[in-house]
Ligand binder design. Structure first.
Ligand code: ATP
Ligand code: MG
Length: 295
């Protein structure tokens, strides 16, 4: 199944999250049946990121947004865990610092945009400025309502400069969120993740849903699409995100840069002895093989 088509938000369409099944897992029964596919995308992701780095011509920006406990951290671990850290970075956007708050809302975001050859993953992003800021009224409507167009223009600017943007909304159900909070309570290793604020924010579930729907509907563009990923099953979420990132990178038709030196000449000049040795060994090995094969 092509998850780009399946989960991509068509530009101009109206997203209704209650009509999207957070439990969806495609043709797969369970995690075990998806392992081979996941493994394939994971390996390919590594190769493609290396190619992006080597080519050094364009960059990739992955934006993750979700309700609390939606799985941003897990997705980052999975996707980034398979990349070479030299070419990939994660940026988490929390409540703006005094310095950040004294600038326009895109200032801190633009500074974190990936340079050519690099992948940047945003754990939360400029979308917080039309989500939490809207839900809690940190700024008046006349301010946040203008931000959708500002965001689209900003992202267009990045895309025109060679950045490819993929935006993932990890869609979990309200029940699943509560289950995950409870798991945190039951597991001492996860106690540090619990905050009273998370339970408080649950009261605003419907307001967040409305704010997310507007952000997804108004800011899914041909140049910077949103994907709504069913995320109640963590393994399915990882599979869908990996496939979309892999297919996007594959569509770029990247190529390793041409060597800056004459490979043959360098071999002859600096590796003549080794080359001859290898050639001799090669002949011997072939000879032995022939004997063994009775040829
Ligand atoms: P975890 O899932 O591990 O809890 P987190 O991303 O929720 O990670 P927290 O430190 O718990 O990290 O929360 C960061 C907080 O910062 C969130 O409540 C988020 O809404 C808030 N935040 C991010 N950007 C902005 C912004 N531009 N304005 C106001 N609040 C923001
Ligand atoms: Mg949190």
């Amino acid at each position: 199944m092509d998850y780009i088509d399946r989960f991509g938000v068509a530009p101009g369409s109206k997203v209704r999250l209650d009509r999207i099944d957070a439990d969806f897992k495609g043709k797969h029964e369970d995690q075990a049946s998806a392992l081979d596919e996941l493994d394939k995308y994971t390996k390919r992701l590594r190769e493609l990121q290396y190619l992006l780095y080597a080519e050094g011509k364009r960059s990739l920006l992955i934006i993750l947004q979700a309700m609390d406990a939606g799985g941003k951290d897990g997705t980052i671990n999975h996707v980034l865990g398979n990349m070479n850290p030299q070419g990939a970075r994660v940026y988490g956007f929390k409540v703006p610092s005094a310095e950040e708050a004294a600038h326009d809302f895109l200032w801190r975001i633009h500074r974190a945009a990936p340079q050519r050859g690099q992948v940047a993953i945003f754990n939360r992003s400029h979308y917080e400025d039309v989500l939490v800021s809207r839900v809690h009224g940190f700024v008046p409507e006349k301010v946040w309502s203008k931000r959708y167009d500002l965001i689209n223009d900003f992202e267009k600017n990045l895309v025109d400069s060679g950045t490819h943007i993929l935006k993932f909304f990890l869609h979990i159900s309200e029940d699943e969120q509560l289950r995950r909070f409870k798991q945190r309570l039951d597991d001492p290793d996860r106690h540090w993740k619990i905050s009273g604020a998370d339970y408080e924010e649950r009261k605003y579930w419907d307001d967040y849903t409305e704010a997310f729907q507007d952000a997804l509907s108004r800011c899914s563009t041909a140049h910077a699409p949103w994907f709504v990923i069913p995320a109640n099953h963590k393994w399915f979420r990882n599979l869908a995100v990996s496939q979309i990132v892999v297919k996007t990178l594959e569509s770029l038709k990247m190529e390793f840069p041409k060597p800056t030196v004459d490979i043959k000449e360098v071999k002859e000049k600096y590796h003549e002895a080794e080359e001859e040795e290898a050639a001799r060994n090669g002949k011997k090995a072939k000879g032995k093989k022939r004997k063994k094969d009775g040829k």
